[in-house]
Design a protein around this ligand. Structure first.
Ligand code: UT7
Length: 333
């Protein structure tokens, strides 16, 4: 039986920094409200002339491949997580496959929103475990800024998100004490409407119809923030505890906890539930806001850059988001 291990990670965020003060000029909000309620100080927005979800994904992927010491020829497949694909169809995975000049290698898009990267790790892990592929590029990238209503009307969602991409190269190993020990995936579709963008969608006469822009509630992201918050703080620790149980490990065995960065308060509650000290937790929402499927690989890539990823250490990851979907992964580096 094979396992898969991460041999390189990379990330890319657009240069354009949007601070809370910048948002104050667009809507009735304040730096204090945003920092107190979310921990966010600034985020990155890309401009459509310079970037797209696929282009950001390519930049992150190139860094991950370079750090892994592999080239496009060494990769057997791409698994690409995003909720903001460049086209309505096809997904952005195929654009990345083309831009990385990967011949006819397969590209699979995963739509699991904030849990997308862990879902994608899980998919890639299964392909490697069965022996079908040896090396897979897993990417999480999202462009949120163009969907946000950056006026007072949309301020509850508008201040939360940023753009970015992260990537990891997974490689087959025969040492199954290392690498991805397990992934656990969950969905509760009954809550799809509580965090979503409804249109463009297939439940209408036409994808684009006259006066569509007037249907404000459908074309911008909508969320029941308090309900999402309550579920996120319950589900992420639950998924991590399940992962630990499956692997016969304890919370005290965790060397580093990485949670999806949707709100610093959510990450702090998860940390508290798990009783982990600050030195075993890494958060970066202050700089980037919620980057959706890019969050987990950006956290990993920053730790890599800081030299904090150490062989043999145990990384616990959890994400929660629209769907609802949630997931955990346990990785022995
Ligand atoms: O990635 C997917 C997962 N997403 C999440 O996990 C997000 C989960 N939810 C949250 O993080 C929080 O619910 C929010 C940050 C979205 C909101 O924080 P909250 O503490 O739940 O605030 P609230 O929605 O109860 O709003 C409190 C007040 C309201 O005013 P009133 O009704 O008390 O007068 C809002 O209108 O804050 C107001 N408000 C704002 N004020 C200034 C909402 N957004 C803003 C804003 N600036 N941007």
């Amino acid at each position: 039986m094979f396992s898969s291990k991460i041999i390189g990670v990379g990330h890319y965020v657009p240069e354009n920094i949007v601070t809370n003060k910048d948002l104050e000029k667009l809507m009735d909000t304040s730096d204090k409200w945003i920092q107190d309620r979310t921990g966010i100080k600034e985020r990155r927005f890309h401009s459509h002339e310079k970037g797209s979800t696929a282009k950001m994904g390519v930049k992150a992927a190139k860094i991950a491949m370079e750090r892994a010491g592999v080239t496009n020829n060494d990769i057997d497949a791409i698994v690409f997580a995003t909720l903001s694909s460049d086209y309505y169809f096809p997904g952005s995975g195929v654009l990345v496959q083309h831009q990385l000049k990967m011949g006819t290698k397969p590209a699979i898009d995963i739509r699991a929103q904030c849990s997308g990267f862990i879902y994608s790790l899980s998919v890639a892990d299964q392909f490697i475990k069965t022996g079908m592929y040896k090396r897979i590029l897993v990417i999480g990238a999202d462009t949120q800024n163009i969907a946000l209503d950056l006026t007072t009307r949309g301020r509850d969602m508008g201040v939360l998100f940023g753009d970015g991409a992260g990537a990891a190269v997974l490689e087959r190993t025969e040492d199954n004490k290392k690498g991805i020990l397990s992934t656990h995936l969950y969905t509760q579709g009954e809550f799809a409407d509580l965090l979503c963008i409804r249109e463009p969608g297939s439940g209408h006469d036409r994808i684009i119809y006259p006066d569509m822009h007037k249907n404000y509630l459908n074309i911008h992201p909508q969320m029941n923030g308090k309900f999402v918050f309550k579920n996120a703080v319950m589900r992420m620790p639950e998924a991590i505890k399940q992962a630990l149980k499956t692997n016969n490990l304890k919370v005290t065995d965790i060397d580093m906890l990485l949670t999806h960065q949707a709100n610093l308060r959510i990450s702090q509650v998860v940390q508290k539930f798990l009783r982990l000290p600050n030195e075993k937790v890494y958060n970066n929402i202050q700089k980037y806001g919620n980057t959706t499927s890019a969050t987990i690989p950006i956290l990993l890539s920053e730790l890599w850059e800081q030299g904090k990823i150490k062989e043999g250490q145990l990384y616990a990851m959890a994400a929660f988001g629209s769907g609802f979907t949630w997931a955990s992964a346990l990785i022995r580096w």
